[in-house]
Design a protein around this ligand. Structure first.
Ligand code: BTN
Length: 259
């Protein structure tokens, strides 16, 4: 299995972006790329700076959960300085960038599970974490963290085997992590620059959600909602039709699809 290390030059060389990925900070092993990216952003790193690690020892998932991040996967964080009005769209653009990159590099079709898990054949292949520093209406920084299970044999990781997959397990062969990373950076920049036309990103994201029209459980804080995921609002929240007919707007939560 190809667990070869990456190099910053191999990522940046002839990369067809204006700023995303033009500066790469690379680690072989790191606690979490989010931590370093946050520190870099607070010190004014140039927009588009990417922090990447071959392996994370304390990868962060949503809601303070751990993210398993062994060699063979992709773990990267991208520093951006968007206007506050574009913050809700970062979730959408990141998941779409992953969907596009997976298809371009492997031919596999993937879908988004609200809010931002990317699934292949119903199993999670990528997790996305957005962290931002905001004061009033001013965004100090936003960081898009992306973890993709690329060349992992999921049978080596029984704790996530029931719900997760990897690109190599799905294809039966290894995938170039370099091709995936470079494509991802191009897609992130393309979609980010298209944000002023935010409508189309929202619509494409909505249409790629596997969640809509399905019976779901949504755990949001300590509350569990049950109903049909009817739609998503432009701010990214989920609109859930409960059994009593009422419509609830859920800003953040974990969805379980019910069969
Ligand atoms: C989730 O599904 O809970 C989100 C997982 C996000 C993981 C990525 S890997 C790169 C970046 N660094 C981290 O520590 N987390 C994100």
């Amino acid at each position: 299995m190809a667990k070869n290390n990456l190099s910053p030059t191999s990522i940046t060389s002839n990369l067809e972006t204006h700023f995303v990925g033009q500066r790469v900070i690379y680690y072989s092993t790191l606690t979490s790329t989010m931590e370093v990216a946050k520190r870099e952003a607070q010190q004014g790193a140039v927009e588009g700076t990417v922090v990447i690690a071959d392996e994370q020892t304390a990868g962060k998932g949503r809601k303070e959960r751990a993210w398993l991040s062994p060699r063979g996967g992709i773990a990267l964080s991208i520093i951006l300085y968007p206007s506050v009005v574009y913050l809700p769209y970062l979730i959408m653009l990141a998941s779409l960038a992953v969907v596009h990159s997976i298809e371009a590099v492997t031919g596999l079709r993937s879908q988004v599970k609200w809010p931002n898990d990317v699934l292949v054949n119903g199993k999670k292949v990528c997790g996305i974490l957005i962290e931002s520093g905001v004061q009033g209406n001013i965004v100090d920084y936003a960081i898009i963290g992306i973890g993709v299970n690329v060349n992992l044999r999921l049978s080596d990781f029984p704790e996530i085997l029931p719900t997760a997959t990897s690109l190599s397990d799905e294809l039966g062969r290894d995938v170039s992590r370099l091709d995936m990373i470079r494509r991802l950076l191009v897609e992130v920049e393309r979609l980010y620059l298209a944000l002023p036309a935010g409508e189309s990103i929202y619509e494409e994201w909505r249409d790629s959600l596997v969640t809509l029209g399905k019976k779901v459980h949504v755990k949001s804080g300590k509350t569990i909602y049950v109903g049909v995921a009817e739609s998503v609002a432009r701010d990214g929240s989920l609109l859930l039709r409960s059994l009593d007919g009422s419509l609830t707007k859920i800003v953040a939560g974990d969805v379980t699809l019910r069969h």
